[in-house]
Write a protein that binds this ligand. Structure first.
Ligand code: AMP
Length: 170
C-alpha cells in the first residue's frame, strides 16, 4: 500500500534493549493513507465473513473502531487487567517484551457466533493466540486476523490455524 511503510518509524531498544519498536502512529496522521488502509482492511474476506470483530488494547482499538463503522460489524474489545467491569473471561500470554493478560466481557462474547480479530501489529503472535483461545473456549469461531503490520521474521502466523491478512509485511 502506498506510503504505509514510510509512515512507520522504528525505535531501537524500546521499550527494552534488543527490541526494534515499530511506531505505527504516523499512519493516523496521514488521513488519505489511513482512509485507504481502513477501506482495505474493511473489505477483507475475514472481516466480511465474521459476525463481529474483536480489537485488542490499545492500538488495535484505533483500527478496530474505524473498521467496525466502515464494515458495519459490531466491535468487542480485549483489554488489559483491571480495565473491564462485569464477568470476564481471561487468558495469559507472553509478548516479545514481557508477559500480560487479556480479558473479554463474557456477556458480549455470547452475543455473536464468529469473530475477526483486529490488531495493529503481529509480532510473536502470543497476544492473538490468547484472544483466539478465549473466543474458542467460549464455543465461538475465529474467522481470522486482520492486522496493519506483520513482522515476518518472528513467524507469528505459524502459531495459528486461521487465516491472516496483513496490510504490510516487513
Ligand atoms: P505479539 O503478541 O508478540 O504478536 O505482540 C503483539 C502486540 O505487541 C502488538 O499489538 C503490538 O502492539 C505490540 N508489539 C510487539 N512487538 C512490537 C514491535 N516490535 N513494535 C511495535 N509493537 C510491538
Amino acid at each position: 500500500m502506498k506510503n504505509l511503510e514510510s509512515l512507520i518509524k522504528t525505535y531501537n531498544d524500546f521499550p527494552k534493549k534488543g527490541i526494534a519498536f515499530k511506531d505505527i502512529l504516523g499512519i493516523i496522521q496521514d488521513i488519505e493513507v489511513f482512509r485507504e488502509l481502513i477501506l482495505k482492511m474493511s473489505s477483507s474476506k475475514i472481516i466480511k465473513s465474521s459476525d463481529a470483530i474483536i480489537s485488542i488494547e490499545a492500538r488495535g482499538f484505533i483500527f478496530g473502531s474505524a473498521i467496525s463503522l466502515q464494515a458495519s460489524k459490531p466491535m468487542l474489545v480485549a483489554r488489559k487487567p483491571g480495565k473491564l467491569p462485569g464477568e470476564l473471561i481471561k487468558g495469559n500470554y507472553f509478548l516479545e517484551y514481557g508477559k500480560s493478560s487479556l480479558s473479554i466481557q463474557k456477556e458480549s462474547l455470547e452475543k455473536f457466533s464468529s469473530y475477526a480479530i483486529v490488531d495493529d501489529l503481529l509480532a510473536t503472535g502470543g497476544t492473538i493466540e490468547c484472544v483466539a483461545d478465549l473466543i474458542r473456549k467460549s464455543g465461538k469461531d475465529v474467522c481470522g486476523l486482520v492486522t496493519v503490520v506483520e513482522l515476518m521474521e518472528l513467524e507469528g502466523r505459524s502459531r495459528f490455524n486461521f487465516p491472516v491478512e496483513s496490510m504490510l509485511c516487513i
